[in-house]
Design a protein around this ligand. Structure first.
Ligand code: MRU
Length: 340
């Protein structure tokens, strides 16, 4: 289990994912502004990990209000919540984690400050503990879809680093490996920020799982050669009809799967299901800095002045998803209806 994000010495301790795999360093984040900066720079990333960060971030925000002797008004709490949620708009878990603590603050508004702080803190710890259990359960659920000798293709990073420590789509793969199924994983490099090459490969190395990194544009060729038995990815937000937003490039994989008759699975905890979004059109897509495209790991590769487009996520229509795996069960497609 990777200690991606923990509460240590009165601050949030995160493994700095921007430095991986070259350096394994931990950062102590002790203010809301620092946390927002770490989220924007993807030092902490992945939808469920962002949910946990959001929860602990609200605790930091509450502490800032208390120590500056400010009255804990609904407006001030909302302002902190909105600034955290706005730092990564697509990952609905961030909003979910923030809302868990906001609810406690609202419920306990009349309590003494130390009691309020204790309640907020225990709720944030519960968000982390629940995520770990949830991912273990999701891994068990999804592992039934993985047969012995399967070659699995995955995109971005959905492992312990993207969660409280175990992972979603990668958690399914790790569980299958723990069940002694002989598997091979094709890891999409995942341009522009290379979460596949840097993070997923790092995790698979640690877990001792056989894998091969490929450039994102190689998946079709592999499928044409019948080298992929299934694709399994995570999600940053799933709409009520099952449309799923995930790292840019996921939709292209689903199109390839349809063409080549390869099962396409999405693994996500129920906290990733947005009970407000009716379909993919209701999912906000984060657009990031052009430099992530014009530069490769901060070294310029494009001519000076070249324009670039950088949506961080895309939406895969529900009808292209063979099944959605949650911690509760496996929902079979092509039609989904997630109730409120
Ligand atoms: O931009 P990132 O690295 O936060 O994107 C992460 C993903 O797209 C993951 O697939 C998703 O958050 C699911 S994580 C279990």
């Amino acid at each position: 289990m990777i200690e991606t994000i923990r509460w240590v010495n009165n601050s949030i301790r995160i493994i700095d994912q921007a430095e991986l795999p070259n350096k394994e360093v931990y950062l102590n984040v002790s203010s809301v502004d620092e946390l927002i900066d770490s989220i924007i720079k993807l030092k902490v990333r992945g939808a469920p990990a962002l949910g946990i960060a959001g929860a602990y971030g609200m605790v930091l925000g509450l502490r800032e209000l208390i120590t500056s002797n400010e009255f804990i008004s609904v407006e001030k709490v909302n302002k902190i919540a909105e600034s955290l949620i706005g730092s990564r708009p697509t990952a609905v878990n961030l909003k979910w984690g923030v809302s868990r603590i906001k609810r406690i603050i609202e419920l306990k508004q009349d309590a003494k400050t130390n009691e309020l702080m204790d309640s907020a803190m225990s709720e944030a710890h519960a968000v982390l503990a629940e995520d770990i259990q949830c991912c273990l359960s999701l891994g068990r659920q999804g592992s039934v879809l993985i047969n012995d000798n399967f070659s699995i293709l995955t995109h971005c990073n959905t492992g312990g680093l993207a969660t409280g420590g175990f992972g979603t789509a990668l958690g399914v793969i790790v569980t299958a490996h723990q069940q002694h199924k002989r598997i091979h994983v094709y890891v999409d490099e995942t341009r522009p920020l290379l979460q596949g090459t840097r993070l997923t490969s790092w995790e698979l190395m640690k877990a001792g799982i056989d894998h091969t990194i490929i450039a994102d544009n190689m998946a079709g060729y592999l499928m044409a050669q019948k080298k992929v038995d299934c694709v399994i990815v995570g999600a940053d937000r799933v709409a009520k009809n099952g449309d799923a937003a995930n790292k840019i490039g996921t939709y292209s994989l689903a199109v390839l799967c349809e063409k080549h008759n390869v099962p396409f699975y999405v693994a996500a905890p129920t906290s990733t299901i947005d009970s407000i979004a009716k379909n993919g059109n209701d999912i906000p897509i984060e657009e990031r800095n052009q430099e992530e495209i014009t530069h490769l790991l901060w070294n310029r590769i494009a001519p000076v002045g070249a324009k670039a487009y950088n949506p961080a996520f895309d939406v895969t229509p529900a009808t292209m998803i063979t099944a959605i795996i949650t911690e509760k069960t496996i929902y079979k497609g092509p039609h989904y209806n997630f109730a409120d």
